[in-house]
Design a protein around this ligand. Structure first.
Ligand SMILES: *Cc1c(COP(=O)(O)O)cnc(C)c1O
Ligand SMILES: [Zn+2]
Length: 398
C-alpha cells in the first residue's frame, strides 16, 4: 500500500486527494507535490531493508505514490552507477569527483525515471491517452512507457530536435508532431488541444508524479554514498524537476531518519544561450523571466521558462548553492575531454556540468577535498547529429 498522504500545492499549501487525477493547484495554478506519512514509514521500515530490493528506482516504493507493484510500469529504470573520475579529478585538483551516470537508463536518459512514475500513476487513475511537449528525451521516454502501458501517446517537439528522439518516439508507436518553434510553443499546442482530444497532459510539473520518479536520484546518491551526502551536486537545469526532486528527497530522508541534516550545495548549470535561472539567481530574484530566442545544442536544457522556477531558486539558495552558465563550445570540448580521459560519452547537458565544476574549482568555490557529483543526465549517443552539426558550424573546413 502507498503511504501517500496528500498532494500539496508548492505555493499556497492547499491539499488535494492523492487518489484522484490532478494537474496543477486549482487555486493558484502551481505545481503539486506528493506528501507521505513519513512518520509511519519511519516506524515500519528501515533503510537496511533495501539490501534485498531490486536494483531499480522502485526499491524505494514506500516513498513512491503507487499502491502495489501491479501499478508499476517499468523498463528497469534507476539504480544507475556512481563512478569516481580519478584521472580527470586529479588533473583538475579534485580528489573526490564523481559522476552519476544516468545514460544507462532505458531510452538513454534520466527522463525514464519521471515518465515511469507518471505513466504508472496515469494508468492506475484510468488515463488512456497522454500528450507531452518535449525538447526530445521526455518524448522518447513517454513513448516507451506509454507503449508498455498500452496507452495512446501524442508527442510535440521542435523540428530541430535530435534525430534519435524523433526516431525512438516514432518506433515506440507514438504520434509525433514536429513544430516550428520551441518547447514552450509545443506546450501551448498541448494545452490548447488536450480537452477536446481527451489527452492527459504530462508536461514537466503540470502533474505531480514525474518529480517523484526523478527524486529517486537523491535516494540513490544517499544510499550509494553510505548515507553521507556529498558536498556539491551539479545539475543541468531545464525545467528543474530533477533538482527540485533531489532536494525533496533529502528532506524526506532526514524525516525518515535515514540521513542527518547535512546538505550538499546545489549547482544549477545552463547554457549561455538559454540561462533564465542563472540570470534570476544572479539578480537575486524569486522567479525567472522568459528567455528570448534560446540557442544551445544541449537541447535537454533549452527551456526558456520553467513553471517550477521559484522552487529551483529556493533550493539553490537554501543549499547555499550556485547557478552557472557555460558556452556550447565549452560543452563540446568537455564531451571530448571526459570521453578521452574516462571513456564516458556524456550528453551535452552532463558535459555542461563538468565545465561548471572546472570554473567553480578555479574560483575556489569548490575545495580540493570536497566530494563533488555531476549528473550525466543522458547519453552522448542521442546527440550524434547535433554534435556533427555543431562541428561543421564551429570548425568549417576540418
Ligand atoms: C530534460 C533534460 C534535462 C533537464 O532536466 P530537468 O529536470 O527538467 O531540469 C537535462 N538533461 C537531459 C539529457 C534532459 O533530457
Ligand atoms: Zn496553490
Amino acid at each position: 500500500m502507498s503511504f501517500a498522504k496528500h498532494l500539496e500545492c508548492s505555493r499556497c499549501g492547499k491539499t488535494f486527494s492523492p487518489r484522484a487525477l490532478h494537474t496543477l493547484c486549482l487555486s493558484c495554478q502551481s505545481p503539486l507535490l506528493v506528501r507521505y506519512h513519513l512518520d509511519e514509514i519511519r516506524r515500519r521500515s528501515k533503510k537496511t531493508a533495501l539490501i534485498n530490493r531490486p536494483a531499480n528506482m522502485w526499491r524505494y516504493h514506500e516513498v513512491m505514490p503507487v499502491d502495489s507493484h501491479h501499478d508499476i510500469v517499468s523498463l528497469g529504470e534507476g539504480y544507475t552507477p556512481l563512478l569516481q573520475l580519478k584521472r580527470l579529478g586529479s588533473k583538475h585538483g579534485l580528489s573526490a569527483l564523481y559522476v552519476k551516470d544516468e545514460s544507462l537508463n532505458p531510452t538513454g536518459t534520466f527522463k525514464a525515471r519521471g515518465l515511469s512514475a507518471a505513466v504508472s500513476m496515469a494508468r492506475k487513475l484510468g488515463v488512456k491517452k497522454v500528450a507531452i511537449p518535449t525538447a526530445g528525451n521526455a518524448g522518447g521516454a513517454l513513448a516507451a512507457y506509454g507503449a508498455r502501458a498500452g496507452m495512446e501517446v501524442f508527442v510535440f517537439m521542435p523540428k530541430d530536435t535530435p534525430l534519435a528522439n524523433v526516431v525512438e518516439t516514432k518506433m515506440a508507436g507514438a504520434h509525433v508532431e514536429l513544430i516550428d518553434g520551441l518547447i514552450t510553443d509545443a506546450a501551448g499546442i498541448v494545452a490548447e488541444r488536450k480537452d477536446k482530444a481527451g489527452w492527459f497532459d504530462l508536461s514537466t510539473l503540470k502533474e505531480p508524479y514525474r518529480i517523484e520518479g526523478k527524486k529517486t536520484m537523491g535516494y540513490e546518491l544517499a544510499e550509494q554514498f553510505q548515507w553521507q551526502l556529498p558536498d556539491v551536486i551539479v545539475y543541468p537545469t531545464g525545467g528543474g524537476t530533477g533538482l527540485i526532486g533531489i532536494w525533496k528527497a533529502f528532506t524526506e530522508m532526514e524525516e525518515l531518519g535515514w540521513i542527518d541534516e547535512k546538505r550538499p550545495r546545489m549547482v544549477a548549470v545552463q547554457s549561455e544561450g538559454c540561462a533564465p535561472i542563472v540570470k534570476a539567481f544572479q539578480e537575486g530574484k524569486d522567479s525567472a523571466e522568459v528567455w528570448v530566442s534560446p540557442r544551445t545544442f544541449a537541447s535537454g536544457i533549452r527551456v526558456p521558462k520553467a513553471i517550477g522556477d521559484f522552487l529551483i531558486l529556493r533550493a539553490l539558495r537554501q543549499s547555499r548553492g550556485q547557478a552557472v552558465s557555460v558556452t556550447d563550445l565549452e560543452i563540446y570540448q568537455a564531451i571530448h575531454q571526459v570521453g578521452s580521459s574516462e571513456g564516458l560519452f556524456l550528453g551535452p547537458e552532463g558535459a555542461a556540468c563538468w565545465t561548471a565544476v572546472k570554473k567553480l574549482r578555479e574560483r575556489q568555490w569548490i575545495g580540493r577535498e570536497e566530494k563533488v557529483v555531476l549528473l550525466n543526465t543522458g547519453s552522448g549517443l542521442k546527440y550524434l547529429d547535433s554534435l556533427q552539426h555543431f562541428e561543421k558550424q564551429s570548425f568549417p573546413g576540418e
